[in-house]
Design a protein around this ligand. Structure first.
Ligand code: BTN
Length: 244
């Protein structure tokens, strides 16, 4: 992948910028990064507070796959981000992946991923893949990479390049080998598998055991009645209060 990186000091949202490039028929590989976002957004319409000191980046992908496979790309991104973050952690810290695509260190969120797709004739026309990584600053309850890397302070731009390197490799693997190897890597670090979780759906909350992630990336939850239900969108939390 030949990334074309454009860096800005301040933007409303890198995600909106990359979507404009998608509308203008730019090819995949465009990367928009900025130092401050004034209207950063996260999943479920949440605000993504974006002060100076962190990585805010969106990437344009055109995976030419059916609409139902688009969600797999958020696992591709999570595995790639995790690998980049892993380069800075020692064995005293634990990294895990919270379904569907948050990265946690020692149970606290360090990075989030936002995937927005445009469809055409039932296929994916473009994907805006947004990534926010706390490097120097973290909101309350989250963690910044530099809080736990000790003497090795993480600089934003070299870190960005590591993320893009891992993303290119994981995306290529997904294109050539499909979702299976990506899913396996994700499951190796999956947070809370085998534990009780609650999933907040559009109309209700369900609680059960987090059994697995299936071939489409849906979370398999076993209810107290032993029903296995598929959760393909929603917010997951841990009722025992350990950590999200
Ligand atoms: C989440 O809710 O966890 C996803 C957060 C995604 C934030 C990133 S920062 C770069 C890109 N631009 C945005 O406005 N959002 C994403």
């Amino acid at each position: 992948m030949d990334w074309k990186i454009h860096t800005f000091s301040k933007l409303p949202s890198t995600q909106d910028y990359i979507k404009e490039l998608a509308e203008q028929d730019f090819p995949e590989g465009e990367v928009i990064q900025c130092l401050i976002q004034t209207k950063g957004r996260g999943r479920h319409g949440n605000e993504w507070v974006s002060p100076m000191g962190n990585l805010y980046m969106s990437v344009l992908l055109r995976p030419e796959c059916s609409a139902d496979k688009a969600g797999q790309l958020s696992f591709v991104a999570a595995v790639a981000l995790s690998a980049a973050i892993g380069e800075y952690l020692d064995e005293t810290h634990t990294k895990s992946l919270k379904w569907p695509n948050d990265i946690l260190i020692d149970g606290k969120k360090v990075a989030g991923i936002l995937l927005e797709s445009e469809l055409k004739d039932g296929k994916v026309d473009s994907l805006a893949l947004g990534m926010g990584v706390n490097i120097m600053v973290a909101p309350e309850g989250s963690v910044a990479l530099n809080d736990i890397t000790g003497d090795t302070q993480v600089a934003i731009h070299p870190f960005r390049d590591k993320v893009l390197g891992h993303l290119a490799a994981c995306y290529k693997q997904w294109q050539e080998e499909g979702f299976t190897p990506i899913r396996e890597k994700w499951l190796e670090e999956g947070h809370g598998i085998g534990q009780e979780i609650s999933a907040r759906l559009a109309d209700k909350t369900v609680t059960g055991i987090f059994e697995d992630v299936d071939q489409n990336g849906a979370l398999k939850l076993k209810t107290p009645d032993n029903d296995l239900i598929d959760i393909s969108a929603g917010e997951v939390y841990f009722p025992n209060g350990k950590q999200e």
